[in-house]
Ligand binder design. Structure first.
Ligand SMILES: [Zn+2]
Length: 415
């Protein structure tokens, strides 16, 4: 199952020993190959600990597991309470002898409620390993743990600071961990995020991700005046009619603001049939691919609402709740992604896709929010079916992903 053909391996080794400062590169590949059975063991261990975002007990168990593994690798660990919600954040810190500061992130939580294993058990079928959360994001944690084991065995300590962070609320927007991830991102030179990459059965090649939308919630509120709908409708100011007007006149507004998307999805007005409604409200799903996009959209919505009113004496206010920031690989991250492609090309028959954008959110957005760190996403295992049924990873992605992570870590750590 070696992606290197035997004959190619010797040639690759000869080229690559020069390319790496620390462990010889062919040795990294062989270590990754040897690690595969242990990675599968770790995946099984973690899948059997159910850890839905609301499952505090399960999250606690997976946090224990991850913390022990990090300690065994030589990390100083810390458990941090999220600022909102239940759960726990596990942080592992390694101090090395080099100059660079590197942060590795993956999340403990899954979207699955407790007892999902009863209907979606851990199992292997051919090249696929199934289990709830196995790709998103237990595969990511496994790649981190085993990559660090390989590098530890190789004696690699070329970093000033190496930090591993696992939060437990990624699947619910990272509302209690996002600010910590943003602060840690600013305190590191490089951030690798270990969300899964799409399975080869869908995407042909494994990849890295260069962008993801941020999220926000737009809220429209209309204040009118109540009145008897039968006896004195003329004394009322119909908030429902005004809301309808506002929704229609703003439905395409996002198209005029680059990097934003708005879809009104929820509306509410009125209490009873025979009263002109005095209040009405709507909620819109907002996606942004540029920093500050949601704020610009909010200002434009408010301006439009003030400028063009249908029902006199009504007031419309616009609020915007900012969610996960967009993730956008900066120039340095794009250059690093090219190096990752070259590393993948060292493996026989492998190519690395660079994916520009996905609709799904990622904590890479928090890590890179200020633009300071070089952030790349999707170092996890190749998989599919996340947030669905029959989630799986592809076993033959294990070695390439370990190889990519270990090689790129040694590359970026170079002085
Ligand atoms: Zn995830």
């Amino acid at each position: 199952m070696s992606p290197f053909s035997r004959s190619a391996l010797a040639g690759v080794a000869a080229v690559l020993v020069n390319a790496a400062t620390g462990a010889p590169v062919a040795a990294l590949f062989e270590a990754a190959t040897r690690a595969q059975p242990a990675v599968i063991e770790s995946l099984k261990d973690m899948v059997l600990i159910e850890s839905g975002s609301a499952n505090a007990e399960g999250i606690g168990k997976l946090a224990d597991y991850t913390e022990k593994r990090l300690q065994a690798l030589g990390a100083v660990t810390e458990r941090i309470k999220p600022t909102r919600g239940p759960g726990v954040i596990v942080k592992g810190s390694f101090t090395g002898t080099g100059k660079k500061r590197i942060l590795l992130i993956a999340h403990l939580d899954t979207v699955y409620p407790a007892n999902t294993l009863a209907t979606q058990p851990y199992k292997q079928e051919g090249n696929k390993l199934y289990g709830p959360g196995i790709a998103d994001d237990k595969g990511g944690i496994a790649v981190i743990l085993h990559s660090l084991q390989i590098l530890k065995d190789a004696g690699w300590r070329d970093y000033a600071q190496l930090t591993v962070l696992s939060n437990s609320d990624e699947e619910v927007g990272s509302v209690g961990s996002g600010e910590l991830i943003a602060a840690l991102g600013d305190a590191h030179d490089f951030v690798f995020s270990f969300e899964p990459t799409a399975a080869k059965t869908l995407a042909r090649n494994e990849g890295l991700l260069l962008g993801a939308s941020g999220t926000a919630t737009a809220m429209l509120e209309v204040k009118g005046r109540a009145s008897h709908a039968g006896a004195a409708p003329q004394l009322g100011r119909n908030a429902l009619i005004e809301l309808s007007h506002q929704l229609l006149q703003t439905r395409d507004l996002a198209a005029t603001i680059p990097g934003t998307q708005l879809n009104w999805t929820v509306a509410k007005a009125g209490e009873v049939r025979n009263q002109i409604p005095e209040a009405a409200s709507a909620i819109g799903d907002v996606r942004v691919t540029v920093p500050g996009g949601a704020e610009k959209l909010q200002a434009a919505l408010q301006e439009k609402a003030n400028a063009n009113r249908l029902v006199p004496d009504t007031q419309t206010s616009v609020a915007m709740e900012i969610g996960r920031p967009p993730y956008l690989a900066n120039q340095a991250a794009r250059a690093l992604a090219k190096r990752a492609q070259a590393i993948y090309a060292e493996l026989d028959g492998r190519e690395l896709n660079l994916v520009e954008n996905t609709g799904g959110g990622t904590d890479a957005g928090y890590a890179g929010r200020s633009g300071r760190a070089v952030v790349l996403e999707s170092f996890g295992l190749a998989g599919w079916g996340y947030h669905a049924k029959d989630e799986y990873i592809e076993i033959d992605s294990i070695v390439p992903r370990l190889y990519l992570t270990t090689r790129l870590l040694t590359e970026v750590a170079k002085p």
